[in-house]
Write a protein that binds this ligand. Structure first.
Ligand SMILES: [Zn+2]
Length: 421
């Protein structure tokens, strides 16, 4: 019988993300799980005393740098990866959407798949272990299933003029194949301007039935706000152009979060996305309902909607996570760049808080805290190593190494630069 292998990774710093930073720390791993985390001397002693189990012990000292848990990208659309740099920055979201839709329809299926593969590889390269993927075609699902990237799949439903009350599967047969399947998949709503009130409720019912987290783009633009209060503006024009408008639509006459609260859409396992235009009443609702909110700051700047008010969202007590959104509105899928943008615009927010959003909160929002989000015995050994020069302040140095892509994954054979395969 093969003896199990215990791998010990040591570095100048170990950042567990749920406790004190350990100077000269180590992480012991067996198989794909973390066995122990602590000062390197103690971990070595426990291994040689057999306290960590019997087996061959492999020991790697990675030296000057930090071991940290892998990142969680809670919001992306891999299927738009083929649109990298295809759409110039815009001054408003409806224009950006119109451009993205028409460019997307010109991509061939091969180009879409190729983009998905490249997007997956890029996320791995920048230290992402788990992603919240939003798709309305299902095309990226098999590609994700055959990749090292872990995922939660948000199958996105659209239908502004879909007023039926029947089972969700009647209109979205893809979900039929997935109900009860052992795939981490949910039904997701696109947005309040692309989903009817009955459709929101059907999506909610499907997720409740299968105990899955929900998601929705929320308060992304000023135009969404105007549309919900008046029923007109660029979103009405966009819906008419796309054949989704219907006469007789009555706008709810309130903000997006209030509207979805009335529809019973909010609960603690829903992930709202963007939240750039949330007013204080909406912030209070999201906090009270325990809704997660994914911020995608670089995408927001690119599509011209502005930036979410991070300090206000934090003060309101909203549970925050980070996402990149897609390559149609960001130049790369490097989450460290999102952290950098937030830190640059909101220097009063402690950098460790933003890292926590990106790691612990991300794992919890995608319902995977048992596997990811911190260096904790029992969780999956998704460990990153980032080299840091000695004497530099830890968190800024960590951020800079990540931004520059100086990231490797720790493995049974030491460390390797991720290529996504
Ligand atoms: Zn999105």
């Amino acid at each position: 019988m093969m003896r199990p292998i215990i791998v010990i990774h040591q570095a100048r710093w170990v950042i567990p993300m749920n406790g004190w930073i350990i100077s000269q720390g180590a992480v012991a791993v067996a198989g794909d799980r973390i066995l122990a985390v602590g000062p390197a001397g103690e971990i070595r002693r426990r291994a040689s005393d057999g306290e960590l189990g019997q087996g061959e012990v492999r020991y790697y000292d990675h030296g000057q740098g930090a071991i940290m848990p892998a990142l969680i990208n809670t919001h992306t659309h891999l299927e738009f990866s083929g649109l990298r740099q295809a759409i110039p920055p815009q001054t408003n979201l409806p224009d950006w959407l119109q451009a993205a839709i028409s460019r997307f329809h010109r991509l061939t299926p091969e180009e879409i798949d190729q983009g998905v593969r490249q997007g997956i590889a890029e996320m791995r390269r920048f230290g992402v272990v788990l992603a919240g993927e939003v798709s309305n075609t299902g095309r990226s699902l098999p590609l994700l299933q055959n990749s090292p990237l872990e995922f939660h799949y948000f199958y996105e439903c659209l239908g502004f003029n879909l007023l039926s009350q029947g089972p969700l599967e009647d209109d979205f047969p893809f979900l039929n194949r997935m109900a009860g399947a052992d795939v981490p998949l949910s039904a997701a709503a696109h947005s309040p301007y692309a989903v009817s009130a009955p459709l929101f409720q059907r999506i909610s019912a499907w997720n409740r039935r299968w105990a899955r987290p929900g998601s929705v783009h929320l308060a992304e633009s000023r135009e969404e706000r105007d549309f919900l209060s008046q029923g007109d503006g660029s979103f009405r024009e966009l819906l008419i152009r796309r054949g989704r408008w219907y006469e007789g639509y009555i706008p709810p006459g309130c903000s997006a979060a209030v509207y979805l609260d009335r529809l019973g859409f909010w609960n603690e396992s829903v992930l709202a996305v963007h939240g750039v235009w949330l007013d204080p009443q909406e912030q209070e609702i999201l906090a009270r309902r325990g809704v997660w909110l994914a911020l995608c700051p670089r995408s927001n700047l690119y599509t011209g909607v502005g930036l979410p008010d991070l300090p206000a969202l934090q003060r309101a007590g909203i549970k925050l996570t980070l996402g990149t959104d897609s390559l149609a509105s960001v130049p790369d899928l490097n989450l460290f760049q999102e952290i950098k943008v937030l830190q640059g615009h909101f220097p009063e927010i402690p950098l460790p808080d933003i890292f926590l959003m990106t790691i612990g909160n991300g794992a919890a929002a995608l319902n995977r805290s048992h596997d990811f989000g911190s260096l904790t015995p029992g969780k999956k050994a998704a460990l990153l190593f980032l080299p840091l020069s000695s004497g530099a302040p830890l968190w800024p140095a960590l951020l800079e190494a990540g931004v520059q892509g100086r990231i490797s994954w720790l493995t049974q054979t030491g460390k390797e630069f991720a290529d996504g395969n």
